[in-house]
Unconditional design. Structure first.
Length: 198
């Protein structure tokens, strides 16, 4: 059975005025574009909205997808807090894996999930091209205790690659890095100018 996929949308998005998921993208928004791209690939999509009192919780709830929230103990500690929430959700559901994708990558491959599932098993499988894409990843729920301890021991934040260096990791070679570029690295679609929040 295909694992659930969690969109990581709990970041502050300060470079975009705190509204990154709903930044205009083509005829839609960034997160809606990504949802449309990912829905055919998985059995269920879930959104990690960060803190329960985050400003974007209400608009994210209007996307008709389940929301999960970060443990308040790890508030503001970066994307791995969202990954831990995804892993906790998977554990509670009796799943053995979960997939994560940041909300700011609108061009991820249409077979991204299939590539992750076809990889030889490891604690964590992620994509790597000219750079690493460690949050476009398949996580085994067995890493949950180690991630929780690492966040508890971190002083204000925990780098994703730093944590991955402590786990059994496999990478999938990327032939087109543009597919994994985030909104800050991509040209906007034709006819769409850069707003003042960028």
């Amino acid at each position: 059975m295909t694992p659930k996929l969690v969109l990581l949308a709990g970041g502050k998005g300060s470079r975009m005025g705190g509204n990154k998921p709903f930044a205009p993208w083509g005829r839609s928004t960034l997160i809606e574009t990504l949802i449309a791209r990912l829905k055919p690939q998985v059995r269920a999509l879930v959104i990690n909205a960060g803190a329960k009192d985050a400003p974007l919780v209400l608009p994210l709830s209007c996307l008709s997808l389940p929301l999960i929230f970060d443990d308040p103990a790890f508030a503001g500690m970066g994307p791995l807090a969202g990954v831990l929430s995804a892993l906790d959700m998977a554990c509670e559901a009796g799943d053995i894996q979960v997939i994560t994708v940041p909300c700011d990558m609108p061009n991820v491959p249409e077979d991204m999930v299939a590539q992750l599932l076809a990889s030889p098993p490891a604690d964590i499988v992620h994509f790597k091209g000219e750079r690493d894409y460690p949050l476009c990843a398949l996580w085994q729920v067995s890493v949950t205790p180690a991630l929780r301890v690492a966040l508890q021991q971190a002083d204000g934040g925990l780098g994703v690659m730093r944590f991955l260096s402590t786990q059994a990791v496999r990478t999938i070679a990327v032939s087109d890095d543009a597919a994994f570029a985030n909104i800050n690295q991509l040209p906007l679609p034709p006819g769409q100018g850069h707003g003042p929040s960028r």
